[in-house]
Design a protein around this ligand. Structure first.
Ligand SMILES: [Zn+2]
Length: 167
């Protein structure tokens, strides 16, 4: 009942992910329709119901395109779990403020990168120039494409891909 279901707006734009229970609720009260049933059936004593994988809202919902939240996990995902100074690939990385906070560096996508503990320590409270280090890439806000935003679901829900691509 709690597997993820992709929710499409009336114009087919993917806008959200909800669980099976909520998706069936939306269908039963007429607010959404089944787009893709890739998961067999849900059976109760009295009826069997297709288990949705994708639903589509009947009425267009106005909502700003979702943006990726600025979190440690999302910075690591943007940077491919790779230290942006030495290229070390590891699940145990820290976040470095490119311009240190005590020098006015801000808490933004552009000023935060993934760094391994050794590089973070070596850089310390200095700027890149002061520490004579180099960034492997220029940090920026990640894409707002549906493909990027829903990426963590796509591995287990490959049937969503045609509905996510291009938005
Ligand atoms: Zn490093």
């Amino acid at each position: 009942m709690y597997s993820p279901v992709l929710v499409l707006n009336a114009n087919f734009e993917p806008i959200n992910v909800c669980n099976t229970r909520r998706a069936i609720g939306l269908i039963l009260n007429g607010r959404a329709m089944l787009v893709l049933n890739g998961r067999g059936e849900i059976k109760t004593v009295s009826f069997a119901y297709p288990r949705p994988s994708i639903i589509r809202l009947g009425k267009m919902v106005k909502r700003p395109r979702p943006r990726v939240k600025l979190t440690k996990r999302e910075i690591q995902r943007r940077d491919g779990y790779t230290c942006q100074y030495c290229g070390l690939h590891s699940p145990n990385l820290t976040i470095d403020h490119v311009v240190p906070r005590h020098l006015g560096g801000r808490h933004t996508w552009e000023n935060m990168v993934t760094a391994c503990p050794a590089c973070n320590h070596r850089k310390g409270g200095r700027t890149i120039d002061q520490a004579q280090m180099q960034l492997l890439s220029t940090p920026s806000e990640p894409p707002t494409s549906a493909r990027y935003i829903f990426a963590r679901h796509l591995k287990d829900n490959a049937d969503w891909l045609p509905f996510v691509d291009g938005w």
